[in-house]
Ligand binder design. Structure first.
Ligand code: DAH
Length: 367
């Protein structure tokens, strides 16, 4: 009987030692990992934490050798029970203490690592958004506007989609008129079209303001053109219109002459060539002396000494009548200038299409 008890005791004592030893063997790796802490990657720390959890379950869980030892306490001989129980308890305390310490160390290392990874250096210089600037056509348009505004003109806006009435009829271009096909354009199904010129704003302005009036109307126009170095199906014009009592061709010439002087310098000269537009009578095309060679002839003006500015003329009585202005009481002059070609000439561009491609490397040169 005694022998058996001893055997059981020896057995129990051996078991405690065996469990401790086995634990030590397996645990050693975690003790080392926990010590290295932040030298590990976050993934390694998390992985170690998971494995440590498994180890804990295996050694201290319900089916663990520790649980088996605890059950054994009851079966040990009465006089040995207290001592055995204490030893089992000590083992349990030792195991959980060591496990907890390693868990804590890994948890802390993980937290520090996470903070480290997510840390923002608020002193780092930020990535600045690229600063934009105005498009060269806008820059030029604003210069032109400033000159006319200084001469008392108001800047008027009009729709880019027009009815036949505004784009053609009211401008003295009836439906059978050959000038229509010259400005054939993008039509929609219900009698609307992209405006082919800024001239329809003349009609809107006269309806809105009634004479006397002076307006300019910058904006986009659309033509059925194949793009090439000097053409684009969309381009910019500035329309001008003055309607007053006793307005004459002299006022038109004076106004245009003053505009080019302010635009290109006081020595700039103008030249009016007879022309035809349905909405003006008489009509004239305007040239100005080349701003590069001053009229001697150069590459920019292609040897001519003159550069085309646009069309102009005295407002046709039919146009005034279309908006119920009495041509006996009022007269007016109008002009239409292209912005794009002037822009290309002034900036020395050999291809007008550069202005519409929005290539930042190109546009940046005009900041
Ligand atoms: N609208 C004409 C065009 O696009 C330009 C023009 C010519 C406008 C004579 C005018 C003008 O106001 O009087 O070709």
């Amino acid at each position: 009987m005694n022998e058996l008890r001893d055997a059981a005791n020896i057995d129990s004592a051996t078991s405690i030692a065996a469990v401790r030893e086995a634990f030590e063997r397996e645990f050693e790796r975690f003790a080392r990992l926990a010590e290295r802490g932040e030298a590990l990657s976050l993934r390694e720390i998390e992985e170690a934490g998971r494995e440590l959890g498994e180890l804990k379950a295996r050694y201290t869980g319900r089916k663990s050798p520790l649980a088996a030892l605890k059950k054994q306490i009851g079966r040990v001989a009465a006089e040995e029970r207290a001592a055995f129980g204490q030893r089992v308890q000590r083992l349990e305390a030792e195991l959980s203490e060591r496990l907890e310490a390693a868990e804590r160390a890994l948890r802390d290392a993980g937290a520090r690592k996470r903070i480290e990874l997510e840390r923002l250096d608020v002193t780092l210089p930020g990535r600045r958004p690229r600063r934009g600037h105005l498009h060269p056509i806008t820059l030029l348009r604003q210069r032109m506007e400033d000159i006319f505004v200084a001469m008392g003109y108001a800047v008027e806006d009009g729709p880019e989609i027009e009815t036949d009435f505004y784009n053609f009829d009211a401008l003295n271009i009836p439906s059978a008129h050959p000038a229509r096909s010259a400005q054939d354009t993008f039509y929609t199904t219900d009698g609307l079209a992209l405006r082919t010129q800024t001239s329809p704003v003349q009609i809107h302005a006269m309806q809105r303001r009634r004479p006397p009036l002076r307006i300019i109307a910058p904006g986009k126009v659309f033509r059925r053109d194949t793009p090439d170095a000097t053409h684009n199906p969309m381009f910019f014009q500035i329309e001008g219109l003055l309607v007053d009592r006793h307005a004459t061709m002299a006022h038109l010439k004076g106004t245009i002459a003053e505009f080019v002087r302010r635009m290109f310098g006081p020595h700039t000269r103008t030249r009016f060539r007879p022309s035809y537009f349905p909405f003006t009578e008489p009509s004239a095309e305007v040239d100005y002396s080349c701003f590069v060679c001053d009229g001697r002839g150069c590459r920019v003006c292609k040897g001519a000494g003159w550069i085309e500015l646009g069309g102009s003329g005295m407002v046709h009585p039919n146009v005034l009548r279309a908006v119920e202005i009495d041509p006996e009481e009022f007269s007016g002059f109008a002009f239409g200038l292209g912005i794009d070609r002037m822009c290309a000439l002034m900036y020395g561009l050999d291809d007008i299409r550069l202005l519409y491609e929005n290539d930042v490397r190109f546009l940046e040169q005009f900041a």
